[in-house]
Design a protein around this ligand. Structure first.
Ligand code: SF4
Length: 366
């Protein structure tokens, strides 16, 4: 039984909702997590022995492989045949939890995260999901591979997670009283004047004017922040060690909000949570550069890791400038702004993304 006091939910209680329209997006090619300890594998094999060749091991878990097009059990009408024929309790554990099926543990803390890419979650829709309901569902599952994938143990990791939890609560408290006053958004995400200036510096270098962030997009984005931060810290991207990335997440968030405002203006409508999540991932190299705009990049002399395509030689120029910067100690902004200014407008943002390996090597190593 998970102690509720030790759970960090990466979304605000009773704010996220979804109406399952049977799109089946969650049932396509993901593999299915089964509550093996709770007997679900034995039950499934007994009822449907043809699943046996499609079982696989994933770390400590046994999962059922399914084709990318759709799960074996997804019916043409969008319903789950396991649920329809055998009842909801027989439905694979990960499917019952979805989209709140990303459960991790670190020391005494359990993190419950969600999938905001695949599931069309909305903020403040009908029948919002309560943390207590997710906990009740988790209590029915016994397999530790489903209810607690262990995060890497490292010095300070649990304290960092506890700090993320506290920061998330503070952010949601600030977000509860939104304002259109200038600078409110920066205050809401806890950005300092330096961080604001760094983000502005990068956007200026890209020739991007600030746009207003529509209220609904802003609310959805702020609700997403804790989850995005958690995944940036403990997900696979890893621009730098966690302790180095964490202080840069606020500026990354602010840069992402600026890009979201530009996206909303481009689309002429509010952006949803799925779009905002993918925007974070797609633009991470740019927002990380924004977060490091006032840092000093340095590279050792030697072959540069360059992309196969480097229009205008912008990445090469950035890399060489980082090598030449070993003694000069200039900031990324001081180095990159003139290089970007001399580049064709279409090459500027693409170069910042292509330079991702450079950011890993030259920036934010602590
Ligand atoms: S078992 Fe049911 S809910 Fe789970 S992926 Fe297959 S069709 Fe979807």
């Amino acid at each position: 039984m998970i102690d509720p006091a030790g759970v960090y939910f990466t979304w605000p209680d009773r704010r996220l909702a979804y109406t399952c329209a049977g799109c089946g997006a969650c049932c396509k090619g993901l593999g299915i997590g089964l509550d093996v300890t709770g007997g679900q594998l034995a039950q499934l094999v007994a009822r449907r022995p043809d699943v046996v060749p499609f079982l696989r091991r994933r770390g400590e878990a046994t999962t059922l492989w399914n084709p990318r097009d759709r799960c074996w059990f997804l019916a043409d009408d969008g319903n789950c045949r396991v649920e329809v024929e055998d009842g909801r309790a027989a439905k694979p554990a990960a499917c019952r939890l979805f989209p709140f099926n990303r459960v991790f543990t670190l020391g005494a803390i359990t993190v419950v995260d969600y999938n905001s890419v695949i599931c069309p979650l909305v903020l403040d829709g009908p029948a919002p999901i309560a943390h207590a309901d997710v906990l009740a569902e988790l209590a029915t599952i016994r397999d530790p591979a489903i209810v607690g994938v262990t995060l890497p143990a490292e010095a300070g990791g649990e304290a960092m997670l506890a700090a993320e939890r506290a920061d998330a609560a503070a952010l949601q408290a600030r977000a509860a009283t939104p304002s259109d006053a200038p600078g409110w958004l920066a205050t809401a995400v806890g950005a300092s004047d330096d961080e604001v200036a760094g983000v502005r510096g990068l956007l200026d270098a890209l020739g991007l004017a600030p746009r207003p962030l529509p209220a609904a997009t802003r609310a959805a984005a702020l609700a997403l922040v804790p989850s995005l931060r958690f995944n940036e810290l403990w997900g696979p991207r890893q621009y730098a060690p966690r302790a180095v990335v964490r202080p840069r997440l606020t500026a990354m968030t602010l840069a992402w909000l600026e890009l979201a405002a530009i996206g909303a203006a481009l689309a002429g409508r509010d952006l949803g949570m799925q779009e905002l999540t993918t925007l974070w991932s797609e633009q991470a190299a740019v927002t990380y550069a924004a977060a490091c705009w006032r840092d000093v990049p340095r590279l050792k002399p030697g072959p540069l890791e360059l992309p196969g395509s480097d229009p205008g030689g912008v990445v090469r120029a950035l890399g060489q400038a980082c090598v030449d910067n070993r003694k000069a100690g200039r900031t990324l902004g001081a180095i990159a702004a003139p290089i970007l200014a001399a580049a064709a407008p279409v090459d500027r943002a693409t170069a910042l993304k292509l330079a991702e390996p450079l950011w890993r090597a030259a920036l934010g190593r602590g």
